[in-house]
Design a protein around this ligand. Sequence first.
Ligand SMILES: Cc1ncc(COP(=O)(O)O)c(C=O)c1O
Length: 397
Amino acid sequence: MNNMNKRMETIVIHHGYDAKQHLGSLSAPIFQTSTFTFDTAEQGEARFAGQEDGYIYSRLANPTVRMLEEKMACLEGGEAALAFSSGMAAVSAVLLALTKANDHIICSQGVYGCTFGLLQMLKKKYHVSHDFCAMETEEEIRRLIRPETVCIYVETPINPTMKLIDLQMVVNVAKEYGITVVVDNTFCSPYLQRPLEFGCDVVVHSATKYIGGHGDVIAGIAVGKKELMEEIAKTTQKDIGGVLSPFDAWLLLRGLKTLPVRMDRHCDNAEKIVERLKTHPLVERVCYPADPDNRDYPIYQKQMKRGGGLISFEIKGTKRDAQRFLNHLQLIQIAVSLGDTETLIQHPATMTHSVVPEEERIKMGISGQLIRLSVGLEAWEDIWDDLEQALSSLGVI
Ligand SMILES: Cc1ncc(COP(=O)(O)O)c(C=O)c1O
């Protein structure tokens, strides 16, 4: 069945799977196999030569993984997708495929800590340099472009400050110079933001987060043009080998079926919490894309459907007060992931972004008082009660 023109709520359930081809099994089978047998030696030769379609070995392709890839390509509006064993495997496979020694990357001023680490490694070992850019104006980006610039890498919303970058503006500049735009869409999922619709070239995900949605799998996805995805499949994916297991692909297929329902509930809950945090006397500032008082609200209106489940806020006081606040929480778990059913909280300066040198962290807007909250699917009243009691326990700062 071609579901390309169906709505997202239908696509997440039906696209890429036909029960009739699998003995009527409603749920997709898990092809838990490392390799595939050939009928004859000649068939093996033809498959290796690319003259005959068919599976060879699960590092090259696997039917359960393929179902996930087809669904993700459709959801992001891309031609093809590839699944990886982690978000970082997806990010590194894409960046290694796009660059060669002495190339240059422009990156949003603020990225996930390990993406920062990867950029440092590319620079040190392979002389692929990078510049960070706030990307608030076209001019700022233009100033950094060099003949060797091959990629603009963007996180929006930026982890963990929730700053937004105008994707249309970035694409306008990149297209003038033939530069590839890669967007990390982890915080939004395709339900809230579809960067390829704005002309971006590649979308990457830590599928560990909202795509899986249940905190039980580590996975990554890349989506883009068929030609580029085929090149990555044959090079950095195949030869570095960070591929997704069939069972993990199945967990993601299952998680995806409820993506729109989950995302709406994450957003409903987050909106309620933001309202309350904003008026709490011990909270200095709250960053949430869908908050009309947020500086980046006009960008939110252009490119996001709703604000998402992540909120960052600064409490009044010191780093030590932020840690004391976390220690007083009872329902909310202190953990560095996001997009799960459980509400999770973390302290970016000492956890996800501790690898970023302090000077760079301050430029990114990550202070010792900044806290990142991933609002889960519990009753929002219970989440708020827990936050409120932990804030009250700080007393007067
Ligand atoms: C925005 C973002 N991108 C990429 C990653 C890396 O994903 P993974 O942990 O699945 O490798 C993370 C992880 O937290 C993330 O938050």
